[in-house]
Design a protein around this ligand. Structure first.
Ligand SMILES: [Zn+2]
Length: 429
Protein backbone atom coordinates (compact mmCIF):
# COMPACT_ATOMS: atom_id res chain seq x y z
CA UNK A 1 0.00 0.00 0.00
CA UNK A 2 1.03 3.57 -0.49
CA UNK A 3 1.33 5.73 2.53
CA UNK A 4 2.39 9.28 2.86
CA UNK A 5 3.77 10.98 5.86
CA UNK A 6 5.03 14.30 7.01
CA UNK A 7 8.68 14.55 7.68
CA UNK A 8 10.27 17.42 9.46
CA UNK A 9 12.68 18.83 6.97
CA UNK A 10 15.69 20.57 8.28
CA UNK A 11 17.32 22.88 5.83
CA UNK A 12 20.99 22.21 5.82
CA UNK A 13 23.25 25.02 4.89
CA UNK A 14 26.40 23.96 3.22
CA UNK A 15 29.01 26.65 2.79
CA UNK A 16 32.67 26.44 1.97
CA UNK A 17 33.28 23.22 3.77
CA UNK A 18 30.99 23.83 6.72
CA UNK A 19 27.49 22.64 7.37
CA UNK A 20 25.34 24.74 9.60
CA UNK A 21 22.02 23.49 10.84
CA UNK A 22 20.12 26.30 12.52
CA UNK A 23 17.25 24.70 14.39
CA UNK A 24 14.90 27.66 14.09
CA UNK A 25 14.72 27.11 10.33
CA UNK A 26 13.00 23.75 10.50
CA UNK A 27 10.30 23.58 7.87
CA UNK A 28 7.50 21.10 7.40
CA UNK A 29 7.36 19.48 4.03
CA UNK A 30 5.29 16.66 2.68
CA UNK A 31 7.35 13.82 1.33
CA UNK A 32 5.90 11.16 -0.94
CA UNK A 33 7.56 7.79 -0.51
CA UNK A 34 8.18 5.87 -3.73
CA UNK A 35 6.40 2.88 -2.33
CA UNK A 36 5.89 1.59 1.13
CA UNK A 37 4.86 -1.63 2.70
CA UNK A 38 4.98 -0.21 6.19
CA UNK A 39 1.47 0.15 7.49
CA UNK A 40 1.60 3.28 9.58
CA UNK A 41 -2.14 3.20 10.35
CA UNK A 42 -2.37 -0.13 12.14
CA UNK A 43 1.02 0.09 13.73
CA UNK A 44 0.30 -2.45 16.47
CA UNK A 45 3.06 -4.99 15.65
CA UNK A 46 6.64 -3.81 15.68
CA UNK A 47 8.01 -3.84 12.14
CA UNK A 48 11.51 -3.40 10.80
CA UNK A 49 12.62 -1.03 8.04
CA UNK A 50 11.13 -3.42 5.46
CA UNK A 51 7.72 -3.44 7.11
CA UNK A 52 8.08 -7.01 8.36
CA UNK A 53 6.79 -7.83 11.87
CA UNK A 54 9.70 -8.62 14.14
CA UNK A 55 7.96 -9.56 17.39
CA UNK A 56 9.10 -13.04 18.46
CA UNK A 57 11.24 -13.59 15.38
CA UNK A 58 14.95 -13.84 15.00
CA UNK A 59 16.53 -12.07 12.04
CA UNK A 60 19.44 -13.86 10.42
CA UNK A 61 21.43 -11.53 8.19
CA UNK A 62 23.52 -12.92 5.35
CA UNK A 63 25.48 -11.83 2.32
CA UNK A 64 25.27 -13.73 -0.98
CA UNK A 65 28.51 -15.62 -1.52
CA UNK A 66 30.30 -16.32 -4.77
CA UNK A 67 28.36 -18.80 -6.92
CA UNK A 68 25.50 -18.83 -4.44
CA UNK A 69 22.13 -19.31 -6.14
CA UNK A 70 18.61 -19.02 -4.78
CA UNK A 71 18.67 -22.82 -4.65
CA UNK A 72 21.70 -22.83 -2.34
CA UNK A 73 20.26 -20.03 -0.22
CA UNK A 74 17.00 -21.92 0.32
CA UNK A 75 18.90 -25.12 0.93
CA UNK A 76 20.45 -23.49 4.01
CA UNK A 77 17.02 -23.21 5.58
CA UNK A 78 16.17 -26.89 5.33
CA UNK A 79 13.71 -26.75 2.45
CA UNK A 80 13.46 -30.03 0.60
CA UNK A 81 14.63 -30.17 -3.04
CA UNK A 82 10.95 -30.49 -4.10
CA UNK A 83 10.00 -27.41 -2.09
CA UNK A 84 12.94 -25.46 -3.49
CA UNK A 85 11.95 -26.45 -7.00
CA UNK A 86 8.41 -25.17 -6.58
CA UNK A 87 9.56 -22.00 -4.79
CA UNK A 88 12.06 -21.11 -7.52
CA UNK A 89 9.38 -21.75 -10.15
CA UNK A 90 6.92 -19.45 -8.41
CA UNK A 91 9.60 -16.86 -7.77
CA UNK A 92 10.78 -16.76 -11.37
CA UNK A 93 8.02 -14.27 -12.24
CA UNK A 94 9.28 -11.83 -9.64
CA UNK A 95 13.01 -12.46 -9.30
CA UNK A 96 15.54 -12.35 -12.08
CA UNK A 97 17.78 -15.15 -10.82
CA UNK A 98 20.68 -13.80 -12.85
CA UNK A 99 20.53 -10.72 -10.70
CA UNK A 100 21.44 -12.54 -7.52
CA UNK A 101 25.01 -11.34 -7.13
CA UNK A 102 27.78 -11.96 -4.61
CA UNK A 103 27.78 -9.27 -1.94
CA UNK A 104 24.02 -8.79 -2.07
CA UNK A 105 22.32 -8.72 1.33
CA UNK A 106 19.54 -11.04 2.37
CA UNK A 107 17.92 -11.93 5.65
CA UNK A 108 15.76 -14.70 7.01
CA UNK A 109 13.07 -14.20 9.64
CA UNK A 110 12.85 -17.35 11.74
CA UNK A 111 10.73 -18.11 14.78
CA UNK A 112 12.47 -17.31 18.04
CA UNK A 113 11.54 -20.72 19.46
CA UNK A 114 13.52 -23.89 18.95
CA UNK A 115 11.55 -24.82 15.80
CA UNK A 116 13.30 -22.00 13.88
CA UNK A 117 10.51 -21.91 11.30
CA UNK A 118 11.25 -19.56 8.44
CA UNK A 119 8.46 -17.02 8.01
CA UNK A 120 10.14 -14.75 5.43
CA UNK A 121 13.27 -14.49 3.35
CA UNK A 122 14.11 -11.03 2.13
CA UNK A 123 16.59 -10.38 -0.66
CA UNK A 124 17.84 -6.82 -1.15
CA UNK A 125 18.27 -6.01 -4.85
CA UNK A 126 19.86 -2.65 -4.00
CA UNK A 127 19.65 -0.22 -1.08
CA UNK A 128 16.12 0.69 -2.17
CA UNK A 129 14.43 -2.39 -3.59
CA UNK A 130 13.91 -5.87 -2.24
CA UNK A 131 12.05 -9.11 -2.81
CA UNK A 132 10.23 -11.01 -0.08
CA UNK A 133 9.33 -14.69 0.04
CA UNK A 134 6.63 -14.84 2.67
CA UNK A 135 5.23 -18.03 4.22
CA UNK A 136 3.00 -16.36 6.83
CA UNK A 137 -0.20 -17.15 4.89
CA UNK A 138 -1.25 -20.64 3.84
CA UNK A 139 0.48 -20.28 0.51
CA UNK A 140 3.78 -18.70 -0.40
CA UNK A 141 3.53 -14.99 -1.24
CA UNK A 142 6.30 -13.41 -3.29
CA UNK A 143 6.50 -9.68 -3.76
CA UNK A 144 8.82 -6.90 -4.73
CA UNK A 145 8.86 -3.73 -2.69
CA UNK A 146 10.87 -0.59 -2.15
CA UNK A 147 11.73 1.23 1.02
CA UNK A 148 10.26 4.72 1.23
CA UNK A 149 12.55 7.51 0.11
CA UNK A 150 12.44 10.66 2.13
CA UNK A 151 14.03 13.87 1.05
CA UNK A 152 15.48 16.91 2.66
CA UNK A 153 15.87 20.19 0.83
CA UNK A 154 19.39 21.48 1.12
CA UNK A 155 21.05 24.71 0.04
CA UNK A 156 24.66 24.77 -1.08
CA UNK A 157 26.83 27.50 -2.44
CA UNK A 158 30.38 27.94 -3.53
CA UNK A 159 32.96 29.97 -5.37
CA UNK A 160 34.81 28.47 -8.29
CA UNK A 161 38.51 28.08 -7.65
CA UNK A 162 39.48 25.66 -10.41
CA UNK A 163 36.52 23.77 -11.77
CA UNK A 164 32.93 23.42 -10.70
CA UNK A 165 33.58 19.75 -10.06
CA UNK A 166 36.48 20.44 -7.71
CA UNK A 167 34.57 23.16 -5.89
CA UNK A 168 31.59 20.90 -5.38
CA UNK A 169 33.60 17.88 -4.29
CA UNK A 170 35.64 19.95 -1.84
CA UNK A 171 32.29 20.74 -0.24
CA UNK A 172 31.37 17.10 0.08
CA UNK A 173 28.55 17.35 -2.44
CA UNK A 174 28.66 14.94 -5.33
CA UNK A 175 29.77 15.42 -8.92
CA UNK A 176 26.25 14.52 -9.87
CA UNK A 177 25.16 17.88 -8.50
CA UNK A 178 27.75 19.62 -10.67
CA UNK A 179 26.45 17.69 -13.68
CA UNK A 180 22.88 18.67 -12.88
CA UNK A 181 23.81 22.34 -12.72
CA UNK A 182 25.85 22.08 -15.91
CA UNK A 183 22.80 20.56 -17.64
CA UNK A 184 20.43 23.23 -16.36
CA UNK A 185 22.63 26.12 -17.47
CA UNK A 186 24.01 24.36 -20.55
CA UNK A 187 22.65 27.05 -22.87
CA UNK A 188 23.80 30.06 -20.85
CA UNK A 189 27.17 29.02 -19.48
CA UNK A 190 30.08 27.15 -20.98
CA UNK A 191 31.11 25.01 -18.03
CA UNK A 192 34.49 24.37 -19.62
CA UNK A 193 35.10 28.10 -19.49
CA UNK A 194 34.36 28.72 -15.81
CA UNK A 195 36.53 31.35 -14.19
CA UNK A 196 37.91 31.63 -10.69
CA UNK A 197 35.49 33.96 -8.95
CA UNK A 198 32.38 32.55 -10.64
CA UNK A 199 29.94 31.50 -7.94
CA UNK A 200 26.76 29.57 -7.44
CA UNK A 201 23.91 28.90 -5.06
CA UNK A 202 21.84 25.80 -5.42
CA UNK A 203 18.78 24.37 -3.69
CA UNK A 204 18.35 20.64 -4.12
CA UNK A 205 16.88 17.54 -2.55
CA UNK A 206 18.99 15.00 -0.73
CA UNK A 207 17.28 11.62 -0.63
CA UNK A 208 17.43 9.23 2.29
CA UNK A 209 16.35 5.69 2.99
CA UNK A 210 15.73 5.72 6.69
CA UNK A 211 18.76 7.58 8.03
CA UNK A 212 21.04 6.49 5.20
CA UNK A 213 21.93 8.92 2.45
CA UNK A 214 20.72 7.56 -0.88
CA UNK A 215 21.37 10.18 -3.53
CA UNK A 216 20.60 13.52 -5.06
CA UNK A 217 17.02 14.29 -5.98
CA UNK A 218 15.77 17.28 -7.91
CA UNK A 219 17.63 20.53 -8.23
CA UNK A 220 14.87 22.98 -7.32
CA UNK A 221 16.58 26.27 -7.93
CA UNK A 222 20.01 27.51 -8.85
CA UNK A 223 21.74 30.81 -9.32
CA UNK A 224 25.02 31.02 -11.18
CA UNK A 225 27.24 34.06 -11.52
CA UNK A 226 29.58 33.72 -14.47
CA UNK A 227 31.89 36.52 -15.60
CA UNK A 228 29.87 39.03 -13.61
CA UNK A 229 26.51 37.99 -15.02
CA UNK A 230 23.96 36.20 -12.86
CA UNK A 231 21.68 33.49 -14.22
CA UNK A 232 18.74 31.99 -12.34
CA UNK A 233 16.81 28.80 -12.85
CA UNK A 234 13.68 27.72 -10.96
CA UNK A 235 12.14 24.33 -11.39
CA UNK A 236 8.44 24.59 -12.10
CA UNK A 237 6.00 21.89 -13.05
CA UNK A 238 2.29 22.38 -13.40
CA UNK A 239 0.21 20.19 -15.67
CA UNK A 240 1.86 20.13 -19.07
CA UNK A 241 4.36 22.83 -18.15
CA UNK A 242 7.62 21.48 -16.80
CA UNK A 243 11.18 22.70 -16.79
CA UNK A 244 13.56 25.33 -15.50
CA UNK A 245 12.61 28.97 -15.91
CA UNK A 246 14.28 32.29 -15.17
CA UNK A 247 12.84 35.09 -12.98
CA UNK A 248 10.52 36.18 -15.79
CA UNK A 249 9.20 32.69 -16.43
CA UNK A 250 11.16 32.24 -19.65
CA UNK A 251 12.60 28.80 -20.22
CA UNK A 252 16.34 28.53 -19.56
CA UNK A 253 16.34 25.53 -21.85
CA UNK A 254 16.52 25.97 -25.58
CA UNK A 255 14.57 24.03 -28.14
CA UNK A 256 17.89 23.02 -29.73
CA UNK A 257 21.24 21.97 -28.25
CA UNK A 258 24.21 23.99 -29.46
CA UNK A 259 26.09 20.85 -30.51
CA UNK A 260 24.92 17.26 -31.01
CA UNK A 261 27.15 15.78 -28.30
CA UNK A 262 26.94 15.07 -24.61
CA UNK A 263 30.47 16.34 -24.02
CA UNK A 264 32.14 19.19 -25.80
CA UNK A 265 34.10 18.14 -28.91
CA UNK A 266 36.87 19.88 -30.81
CA UNK A 267 35.71 21.87 -33.82
CA UNK A 268 37.95 20.96 -36.76
CA UNK A 269 36.26 23.16 -39.34
CA UNK A 270 33.91 26.05 -38.75
CA UNK A 271 30.88 27.21 -40.68
CA UNK A 272 32.14 29.31 -43.57
CA UNK A 273 30.70 30.89 -46.72
CA UNK A 274 34.02 30.17 -48.46
CA UNK A 275 36.43 27.47 -47.32
CA UNK A 276 39.29 25.72 -49.11
CA UNK A 277 38.08 22.15 -49.49
CA UNK A 278 40.83 19.58 -48.72
CA UNK A 279 39.45 16.98 -51.15
CA UNK A 280 37.95 19.17 -53.89
CA UNK A 281 40.99 21.52 -53.68
CA UNK A 282 38.95 24.66 -54.31
CA UNK A 283 37.02 27.19 -52.26
CA UNK A 284 33.46 26.13 -51.50
CA UNK A 285 31.01 27.17 -48.79
CA UNK A 286 31.14 24.94 -45.70
CA UNK A 287 27.54 25.01 -44.57
CA UNK A 288 28.02 23.28 -41.25
CA UNK A 289 30.41 22.67 -38.39
CA UNK A 290 32.86 19.74 -38.35
CA UNK A 291 33.55 18.12 -35.01
CA UNK A 292 36.66 15.93 -34.74
CA UNK A 293 35.08 13.42 -32.38
CA UNK A 294 36.36 9.88 -31.87
CA UNK A 295 34.78 7.29 -34.16
CA UNK A 296 31.79 5.75 -32.43
CA UNK A 297 31.01 8.82 -30.30
CA UNK A 298 27.21 8.97 -29.87
CA UNK A 299 25.55 11.73 -31.89
CA UNK A 300 22.48 13.33 -30.31
CA UNK A 301 19.38 14.87 -31.82
CA UNK A 302 19.73 18.57 -30.94
CA UNK A 303 15.99 18.94 -30.49
CA UNK A 304 12.66 17.13 -30.55
CA UNK A 305 11.60 16.35 -34.09
CA UNK A 306 10.87 13.88 -36.85
CA UNK A 307 13.52 11.98 -38.77
CA UNK A 308 13.02 12.82 -42.45
CA UNK A 309 15.98 10.81 -43.70
CA UNK A 310 18.29 8.11 -42.33
CA UNK A 311 20.47 6.39 -44.89
CA UNK A 312 23.51 6.53 -47.16
CA UNK A 313 23.73 9.40 -49.62
CA UNK A 314 26.86 9.89 -51.77
CA UNK A 315 29.35 12.42 -50.41
CA UNK A 316 27.35 12.78 -47.18
CA UNK A 317 27.80 9.10 -46.33
CA UNK A 318 25.43 7.82 -43.67
CA UNK A 319 23.30 10.78 -42.74
CA UNK A 320 20.33 11.66 -40.56
CA UNK A 321 18.07 14.61 -41.25
CA UNK A 322 15.61 15.87 -38.63
CA UNK A 323 12.78 18.38 -38.99
CA UNK A 324 12.28 20.08 -35.61
CA UNK A 325 9.45 22.44 -36.50
CA UNK A 326 8.40 24.61 -39.41
CA UNK A 327 11.53 26.76 -39.01
CA UNK A 328 14.43 24.50 -38.02
CA UNK A 329 15.99 21.40 -39.58
CA UNK A 330 19.29 19.68 -38.82
CA UNK A 331 21.56 17.20 -40.62
CA UNK A 332 24.26 14.86 -39.29
CA UNK A 333 26.76 13.50 -41.85
CA UNK A 334 29.47 10.83 -42.29
CA UNK A 335 28.02 8.61 -39.54
CA UNK A 336 29.49 5.18 -38.96
CA UNK A 337 25.98 3.90 -38.31
CA UNK A 338 22.56 4.68 -36.95
CA UNK A 339 21.16 4.16 -33.46
CA UNK A 340 18.60 1.38 -33.34
CA UNK A 341 15.13 2.43 -34.42
CA UNK A 342 16.34 5.54 -36.24
CA UNK A 343 14.62 5.59 -39.61
CA UNK A 344 12.53 7.92 -41.70
CA UNK A 345 9.30 8.95 -39.99
CA UNK A 346 10.20 8.23 -36.36
CA UNK A 347 10.04 10.98 -33.78
CA UNK A 348 13.07 11.73 -31.64
CA UNK A 349 13.59 13.69 -28.46
CA UNK A 350 16.22 16.27 -27.67
CA UNK A 351 19.37 14.48 -26.52
CA UNK A 352 18.37 11.10 -27.96
CA UNK A 353 21.22 9.16 -29.60
CA UNK A 354 20.57 8.96 -33.36
CA UNK A 355 23.88 7.61 -34.66
CA UNK A 356 27.63 7.34 -34.18
CA UNK A 357 30.55 9.38 -35.50
CA UNK A 358 32.23 7.81 -38.51
CA UNK A 359 33.96 8.67 -41.76
CA UNK A 360 31.52 7.51 -44.45
CA UNK A 361 31.06 9.39 -47.73
CA UNK A 362 33.48 12.15 -48.80
CA UNK A 363 35.56 12.43 -45.65
CA UNK A 364 39.26 12.54 -44.81
CA UNK A 365 38.88 11.07 -41.32
CA UNK A 366 36.40 10.44 -38.53
CA UNK A 367 34.33 13.54 -37.85
CA UNK A 368 30.76 14.73 -37.68
CA UNK A 369 29.54 17.35 -40.08
CA UNK A 370 26.58 19.04 -38.41
CA UNK A 371 24.30 21.45 -40.27
CA UNK A 372 21.53 23.64 -38.91
CA UNK A 373 18.97 25.11 -41.31
CA UNK A 374 16.70 28.00 -40.46
CA UNK A 375 13.86 28.40 -42.96
CA UNK A 376 15.80 26.06 -45.28
CA UNK A 377 18.93 28.25 -45.25
CA UNK A 378 22.08 26.90 -43.56
CA UNK A 379 23.08 29.00 -40.53
CA UNK A 380 26.07 28.87 -38.18
CA UNK A 381 24.91 26.71 -35.27
CA UNK A 382 27.68 28.11 -33.06
CA UNK A 383 26.69 31.75 -33.36
CA UNK A 384 22.96 31.74 -34.15
CA UNK A 385 20.53 32.73 -31.40
CA UNK A 386 18.91 29.40 -30.61
CA UNK A 387 15.14 29.36 -30.12
CA UNK A 388 13.95 29.05 -26.51
CA UNK A 389 11.67 26.35 -25.24
CA UNK A 390 8.22 27.59 -24.32
CA UNK A 391 7.84 30.05 -21.46
CA UNK A 392 5.41 29.72 -18.55
CA UNK A 393 2.03 30.64 -20.06
CA UNK A 394 0.44 33.91 -18.86
CA UNK A 395 -2.36 31.96 -17.20
CA UNK A 396 0.16 30.30 -14.84
CA UNK A 397 2.40 33.28 -14.11
CA UNK A 398 0.81 33.89 -10.68
CA UNK A 399 1.39 30.28 -9.67
CA UNK A 400 4.93 30.42 -11.02
CA UNK A 401 5.71 33.67 -9.17
CA UNK A 402 4.68 32.08 -5.88
CA UNK A 403 6.88 29.04 -6.46
CA UNK A 404 9.81 31.22 -7.55
CA UNK A 405 9.55 33.51 -4.52
CA UNK A 406 9.38 30.59 -2.14
CA UNK A 407 12.45 28.98 -3.76
CA UNK A 408 14.27 32.30 -3.59
CA UNK A 409 13.52 32.59 0.11
CA UNK A 410 14.95 29.13 0.72
CA UNK A 411 18.05 29.97 -1.32
CA UNK A 412 18.59 33.28 0.43
CA UNK A 413 17.67 32.30 3.99
CA UNK A 414 21.07 30.70 4.28
CA UNK A 415 22.84 34.02 3.86
CA UNK A 416 20.59 35.80 6.38
CA UNK A 417 21.05 32.99 8.88
CA UNK A 418 24.80 33.03 8.57
CA UNK A 419 24.80 36.73 9.27
CA UNK A 420 22.46 36.27 12.25
CA UNK A 421 22.88 34.05 15.32
CA UNK A 422 25.88 31.75 15.25
CA UNK A 423 25.18 28.56 13.30
CA UNK A 424 26.00 25.13 14.64
CA UNK A 425 29.06 23.96 12.74
CA UNK A 426 29.53 20.28 12.13
CA UNK A 427 32.24 18.51 10.23
CA UNK A 428 31.78 17.69 6.57
CA UNK A 429 32.70 14.15 5.67
ZN1 LIG B 1 31.89 19.44 -42.89
Amino acid sequence: MRTSFFAGVLLTFLMWGCISEPEDNTAEQQVEPVSATVDTVNSAPTVDEFGIPVDSVEIQKHIVKRNESLYLILDKFDFSPQEIHSITQEASNVIDFNQIKPGQKYRAYVSADSAKDVSQILLQSNPLEYVVLDWQQDSLQIYKAARPLSSKTVAASGKIENSLYQTISSQGASQLLANRMANIFAWQINFFGLRPGDSFEVLYDKQFIGDDYYGIGDVKAAEFTHRGETYQAYKFSHGEVEGYFNEEGESVQKALLQAPFKFSQRVSSNFSRSRYHPILKRRVPHTGVDYAARPGTPVLAVGDGTVTQAGYKGASGNMVRIRHNSTYRTAYLHLRGFASGIKRGVTVEQGQVIGYVGSTGRSTGPHLHYSLYKNDRPVNSRTVDLPSSEAVPDSLMDVFAEVRDSLNRQLKTKIDTTQGGGPVITQVK
